[in-house]
Ligand binder design. Sequence first.
Ligand SMILES: Cc1ncc(COP(=O)(O)O)c(C=O)c1O
Length: 380
Amino acid sequence: MPRDPFDWITGAAAARERAGLVRRLRPRPADDTRLDLASNDYLGLSRHPEVIEGAVTAARRWGAGATGSRLVTGTTGLHAELEAELAAFCGFEAALVFSSGYAANIAAVTALTGHDTLVVSDAGNHASLIDGCRLSRAQTAVTPHADPEAVDKALDAHGGRALVVTDAVFSVDGDAAPLAALAGVAAGHGAALLVDDAHGLGVLGPGGSGTPAAQGVAGGRGVVATVTLSKSLGSQGGAVLGPAAVIEHLVNTARTFIFDTGLAPAAAGAALAALRLLRREPQRAARVREVARTLHEGLTASGLRAIRPDAAVISVPAPLPEQALSWAADCRSAGVSVGCFRPPSVPDGISRVRLTARADLERQDIDFALRTLAATAPRA
Ligand SMILES: Cc1ncc(COP(=O)(O)O)c(C=O)c1O
């Protein structure tokens, strides 16, 4: 009898089970009463009435879907408005909206590189940047985490066209990249700098305008940034921000722009409403940073080895994947949702429980979360 073509999947599943690395989907109830420290809804905007109204109005006016690629029928007035306002808010000349942050990252890396380009990529970068490097077919040098000197050396050794790629705030540990130093190093070699600000928009910089603005590199000549609309802005989608010539180049060459259906009008409308709300209420950004600091201080005070957050993400290493998994499960049973990161999602192989601060958490929420985390922590 011919062999079952999916036999190998059973073996792979058994190996995952033995290693404690099985992932399962857990649909969340719409009326979940647990305290949410797992989502990326940093500003608490995904359920804000104005943001929901932005989505509803856009769907009524433009329809449920974008109906085609951005280059065919998928661009509405709403997309253009969102691009103009995002670019202005973050301090860049122009912007281009994509159907996800993932697609925006793939587009930026692949469109800004060629066979002769060196990509210098931080070891802690997000999977979407790593996939962009792979798809670019350019030579990639992976440098140690947050190490501008190593980037300098890699650029020196290459000598030609190059792109330096980094998360602005690293999604696993929540630390910020040294963007000013990296921009200086890149400029010194005539290289471009691509910054993924998925976790910085809405949290860092004046009024939440992002990490490039916070570190004084927004709008710089060789600087391009990407953002997601799915975290602080509570919607869905992504964008690339940069010089107008770069944006026009992306419109003409980026495959995840050209061969993808445009962002749904409802998502564009929600993101635009969230952006306008953030401009009107800039204190939301300061508040999420304050909540993150308070959570970190509380965890440290209870003897947990939490990594100091530069933005909203707070990571607590757990020695074994099973421990991270059961810690997160115990928190969930006690009423607090937290994230759980295990290999292969962690570059150094160390599992973590991950908390995300939200601007709308009250003091009693923070205290409850801290008590729960301490009571359920794995014993050494
Ligand atoms: C650092 C980083 N970059 C990019 C993305 C991808 O963004 P999106 O979820 O909009 O595809 C994420 C989020 O998941 C992220 O954490």
